[in-house]
Design a protein around this ligand. Sequence first.
Ligand code: ZN
Length: 242
Amino acid sequence: MLKSDEIERALVVTAHPDDVDFGAAGTVANLTDAGVEVTYCLVTDGQAGGFDETISRPRMAAIRREEQTKAAAEVGVTELVFLGLMDGEVEFGLELRHAISRVIRQVRPQVVITQSPTINITSVYGSHADHVATGEATWAAVYPDARNPFAFPELLTSGYEPWAADEIWIMFGAGHPGETAVTVDITDNLERKIQALRCHASQHREPDALETRVRAWFREIATEGGLDEGRSAERFVVVDAR
Ligand SMILES: [Zn+2]
């Protein structure tokens, strides 16, 4: 895993508002504290989320963009790109690969953080079809699309030069037997991660219960990763893309 002083820019690509805050906000805060520029790319607006049927879906999209923008600011991120797809309708394919490739060529990140490109058969919630499609399209955008000048040639003629990211970090890992994950200590930024999660107010009926659950969850990841008692951590599978 590249160290923060080896990273100038990082890009996080996720399906829904709040995915990054569950999976990586503590690590993102560590990066921005170290001076790394981090950009978020949101594939959908999360219109199918929440529980309030009186809120129209276009209104929900606007609410969720606003919530994600506030959550990003909590961890030092001010650059957000919204692709605006419909929540629940993300499909792996050339259109999404093209859109993510354009963002990679714009941002020029050393590290791309995203979701698992394969279903984790131990986690139904973690393997939402939108997540898997987003992870797979991002994988293809890192290699070969964004770095190959002959892929989507109109990107090059529009001024988006090819770009090769060095690493992909898969949030939570992919759940494959025997996979090696990297444990990132986020204890110093845990409160900011919690605040970021709380920004997604439209999604939480009981924010205090969520907080309790989240604190236990990230302490458990730290313990599994061999960190000392009382530490909190996020976990990534790191893929060398060089
Ligand atoms: Zn999601």
